[in-house]
Design a protein around this ligand. Structure first.
Ligand code: CAA
Length: 312
């Protein structure tokens, strides 16, 4: 089943199971009814999907119609696969799709109570997006970034509402992975942090509180492990297959380090490593030469058809 791009603003059937409130400014209880998602790539489409599944009217924005259609189609494919596996009810899939709409404009996001930004990991691109969004945002609207590596305090400073800004970091594949990291920047208000935490719970996720430090909690520990695997492979520790098999069968990890690198994207890991290295200057975060060269060669993993393994 494919999703037709429904014009944002068209009435979505109300199917939310719950509404939660948090105390906003002036002790006004404010309900989150409409959620915006900026970016409909791998992460954005997953985030939009879980928001719509949780019953929120969800409006997802992409920069052009082709990317938007691709992202919405990804959601349709995932839901159809869930139905085929018996993990998703047909009515559940249809309700999720009915709650979703797409747009290429910022105007349609004006009605959102909470917006999750999941665009490319580039400070300037995020700044420009926030500048486009802010003029149409309602005063109480919370803006949360799904960044995996950029500084939340710095992103907040790029907005005119740093107290209503925070980090909400999802994991890939978003509809399957239970964890969400909630990050507060120096200026994030208590109300915003609490609303972000409760919002993650309302999506059926398990939130944890992470500090605004490079890599937050998970990538702070995961990325050095992945980089070390590349270094060890470069030094001849074993074949890709044997190292992956060692960690899956020996430790019960769902994926070995090279399968996971290809899954996450070598460019993503390289970018996170660079940011951690820049700020912390610890050798464990320095990107290994092989990783850099694979990124330069465009061997980015599954997304490019080739990484440590071939997917062609
Ligand atoms: N709809 C609904 N549920 C689905 C589904 C779908 N379309 N596809 C899969 N699932 C569910 C399955 O039903 C299954 O659920 P149960 O355990 O309840 O049965 C679960 O998802 C696993 O799916 P599969 O059994 O089909 O697939 P798998 O066992 O091969 O697992 C995987 C796939 C979940 C991706 C697993 O390999 C895994 O966990 N890999 C590691 C992923 C990981 O580490 N992600 C984090 C990356 S780091 C990151 O994202 C942060 C960053 O900043 C870089």
């Amino acid at each position: 089943m494919s999703i037709a791009m429904r014009e944002a603003g068209a009435a979505a059937p109300a199917s939310r199971d719950f509404v939660f409130s948090w105390l906003g400014e002036g002790d006004m209880a404010t309900a989150i009814e409409t959620v915006g998602v900026l970016g409909c790539g791998l992460m954005g489409s997953g985030i939009a999907q879980v928001c719509a599944t949780a019953g929120y009217r969800t409006i997802v924005r992409e920069v052009d119609a082709v990317l938007l259609e691709q992202g919405l189609a990804r959601i349709g494919t995932f839901l159809d696969a869930g139905v085929a596996k018996g993990k998703v009810a047909v009515e559940g899939r249809d309700r999720t799709l009915a709650n979703l709409s797409g747009t290429t404009s910022f105007d349609a996001l004006g009605e959102c109570d909470l917006v999750v930004e999941a665009i490319t990991e580039n400070l300037e691109a995020k700044r420009a997006t926030y500048a486009g969004l802010e003029p149409v945002m309602k005063d109480h609207t919370i803006l949360l970034s799904n960044t995996s590596s950029l500084c939340i305090t710095e992103l907040a400073a790029a907005t005119r509402r740093p107290d209503r800004f925070g980090g909400l970091h999802f994991f890939n594949p978003v509809p399957v992975m239970k964890l969400v990291e909630v990050i507060r920047g120096l200026a994030t208000s208590d109300a915003t942090y609490q609303a972000a935490f409760a919002f993650a719970q309302s999506l059926g996720k398990e939130p944890i509180t992470a500090p605004d430090r490079p890599g937050f909690i998970v990538n702070r520990l995961l990325v050095p492990y992945l980089l070390d695997a590349v270094r060890a492979y470069e030094r001849g520790l074993g074949s890709l297959e044997d190292i992956d098999k060692g960690l899956t069968l020996g430790c019960g990890y769902p994926m070995g380090p090279f399968t996971l690198l290809d899954f996450v994207g070598l460019d993503t890991v390289y970018s996170i490593a660079n940011i951690m290295w820049e700020e912390l200057r610890e050798p464990a975060f320095a990107p290994p030469p092989l990783l850099k060269r694979m990124v330069l060669a465009g061997h980015l993993g599954r997304k490019s058809g080739r990484g440590f393994y071939s997917y062609l």
